[in-house]
Design a binder for this molecule. Structure first.
Ligand code: SF4
Length: 300
């Protein structure tokens, strides 16, 4: 880790890897996931809004090329010389026929200044054929897979209605991340601020992450969005969102046990659709919140 941040930010990882600033462009190519379809009696994850965690819901029906062009234009106005990663983010973006997925990957890589692909998915949406496709693209460009894991504890996964358990998620991540010849960067998303979450669980989460061979982690605080199951639970008074100070403490504890080789995407959730945030209020203030957590991390 360097002197600037008390953790290894993904921006530095990208800078080291690509020699320049890299911006992720989130795109949506599917509009559902196993949970939302109710496969095997699964339910929608309690925190997930109708857009499947997509940041750009109004653009969801647009072509891949247009989605990419729009973000590139905005970024180019602010800064020159960026490279881009195309982030297949919303819903479960591997929940698509392989050949259609291949076409989308090809289209993404054919764009100027695109240096790689990032896919967001679930550990129960992975097949040997899909891994072969990922491997193939990882030989041609940077390729990263980010698994929505959220927790390594089954009681939390049940609360979140994730529809998978911890053991099955760990197995898939370990197998993919520990392949000796693989060039795929494996990342995970975790949620803190779960009901009755203990410090021992946070520490154990860091130790499990270290043992899996993951390269990057995105952290979220559990927050309430409109029209989610969590909103109903919150309105019934059965869930209290974590305070900013307590969340910062949890993040600090987690990072103190996490390998400094693992890059951090984000220290907390960002409410990208302001009108949909119910609670906590601090999730609304991106920069202020980020600075608070960074300052908290810097204090011994
Ligand atoms: S969080 Fe992901 S897996 Fe869960 S309902 Fe939303 S899109 Fe589906």
């Amino acid at each position: 880790m360097g002197a600037r941040e008390p953790y290894y930010p993904i921006s530095r990882y990208y800078k080291n890897r690509f020699g320049t600033k890299v911006v992720k462009i989130p795109v949506s190519i599917v509009d559902t996931c196993p949970n939302r379809l109710g496969l095997k009696n699964m339910k929608t994850c309690i925190f997930c809004d109708e857009w499947g965690s997509a940041a750009y819901e109004k653009k969801q029906k647009d072509t891949l090329e247009n989605q990419i062009a729009r973000v590139k234009k905005i970024k180019a106005e602010k800064n020159k010389g960026h490279k881009f990663l195309i982030y297949f983010q919303a819903y479960t973006s591997t929940f698509l026929a392989l050949e259609k997925l291949r076409i989308q990957f090809e289209a993404a890589l054919s764009e100027v200044d695109v240096v790689g692909i990032v896919v967001g998915t679930r550990t129960d949406c992975v097949s040997p054929a899909l891994i072969r496709l990922w491997q193939e693209f990882s030989e041609r460009s940077y390729f990263s897979v980010e698994f929505g894991v959220q927790s390594f504890f089954d009681h939390h996964l049940e609360f979140l209605a994730r529809g998978h358990n911890s053991a099955s998620a760990i197995k898939v991540i370990r197998e993919l991340a520990s392949r000796p010849t693989s060039k795929i960067d494996v990342g995970i998303h975790l949620i803190f601020g779960l009901p009755n979450e203990t410090d021992d669980e946070i520490i154990e989460t860091a130790k499990i992450s270290n043992s899996l061979g993951v390269r990057n982690i995105k952290l979220h605080n559990l927050h309430v969005l409109k029209n989610t199951e969590l909103e109903k639970i919150f309105r019934r008074g059965e869930f209290t969102p974590v305070s900013l100070e307590e969340y910062a403490r949890k993040v600090k504890l987690f990072l103190s046990y996490l390998s400094p080789e693992i890059a951090i995407h984000r220290l907390g959730a960002v409410a990208s659709r302001w009108d949909e945030l119910v609670s906590p209020e601090w999730t609304r203030h991106h920069l202020k919140t980020y600075q608070y957590i960074k300052d908290y991390l810097s204090v011994d």
